[in-house]
Write a protein that binds this ligand. Structure first.
Ligand SMILES: C[S@@+](CC[C@H](N)C(=O)[O-])C[C@H]1O[C@@H](n2cnc3c(N)ncnc32)[C@H](O)[C@@H]1O
Length: 274
């Protein structure tokens, strides 16, 4: 028997739950997305359809684990190595050299990849810093994501062929990875520079930082204006004076906050704390 369509009440139930637990806004008609992402959970639980899943989640029992699984399934984890390469170019040619000059006494730098997904963003940075000869500096890179599953994957530092084919220069693959069956394992030299954990960007960030550079790329697009404002204001507080925030290609601080100064580096824009 074909599965029943997601009814309007179930749709609203899932929309509200995903928003409450992650800040992700499922606007318009995202029925197809809910069905594509949640059908595997329905099958795993041997339920009839998505309406049954909603009925189960709506019962007054503690379904914390299942709720988590549903919310994580609704996150979009698309990422790849050296995504938006103009930003890495600007870091390599302007920002990091300036930090090297300023930090000769402490030889310390700190970075945050604030929606790190499966880790490619943070590890691209780690490899770039190693290539710049900073292996003996005290570099701290934090990678965090809402998704526990993604944070665990990222910690493993293991990638499929299809993932290393995306954005990673072949010379880096040869130098920083070891082949393990069908996968590629990032070597310890780069892996130990990054610590991954879970963090919901809507929670307080008062205990985080201070960082020299924060990457918060391709995640604000999923939030409403109010959440974006709150997150940007909080991120401002995690940066050193003079530190930089990096956003995704389609994201901006415009009409959200005027606390950052817009700096153009070649083809890209960084947001600086002045
Ligand atoms: C499209 S990926 C971006 C990955 C990487 N920053 C990049 O640009 O390639 C978006 C990530 O944001 C995470 N995310 C969604 N809502 C979040 C929240 N409230 N707090 C922290 N991370 C969140 C998702 O789990 C997902 O891994």
């Amino acid at each position: 028997m074909p599965a029943a369509e997601l009814c309007p009440e179930s749709y609203r139930f899932l929309q509200n739950m995903v928003y409450r637990e992650s800040g992700i806004v499922l606007d318009g008609d995202k029925r197809y997305l809910l069905e594509a992402r949640l059908t595997p959970i329905v099958q795993q639980l041997r339920l009839g359809d998505l309406n049954d899943l909603c009925a189960m989640l709506g019962r007054p029992l503690d379904h914390a684990v299942l709720k988590r699984q549903v919310v994580e399934a609704m996150t979009t984890n698309e990422t790849f190595f050296f995504r938006d390469s103009a930003q890495y170019d600007a870091l390599r040619s302007v920002v990091i050299p300036s930090l090297i000059a300023q930090r000769q006494d402490t030889r310390k730098m700190s970075f945050w990849s604030a929606a790190s997904s499966s880790g490619q963003e943070a590890y691209s940075l780690a490899m770039m810093l190693l290539e710049m000869g900073l292996g003996d500096w005290r570099i701290r890179i934090e990678g965090t994501d809402l998704s526990t599953q993604m944070a665990e994957r990222a910690s493993n530092g293991r990638y499929l062929q299809i993932e290393v084919n995306r954005g990673l220069p072949i010379a880096y693959l040869v130098k920083y990875f070891t082949r393990m069956g069908l996968e590629w394992q990032l070597k310890d030299e780069a892996r130990r520079m990054v610590d991954f954990s879970t963090c919901d960007l809507r929670q307080s960030m008062s205990a985080r930082g201070p960082f020299d550079v924060v990457f918060c790329r391709n995640v604000l697009i999923y939030f409403d204006v109010e959440s974006k404002r709150k997150i940007l204001d909080q991120l401002h507080g995690t940066l050193f004076r003079g530190g930089y925030l990096l956003l995704g290609g389609s994201e901006t601080t415009l009409n959200l906050t005027d606390r950052f100064e817009r700096k153009v580096f070649g083809q890209t824009v960084f947001y600086q704390v002045s």
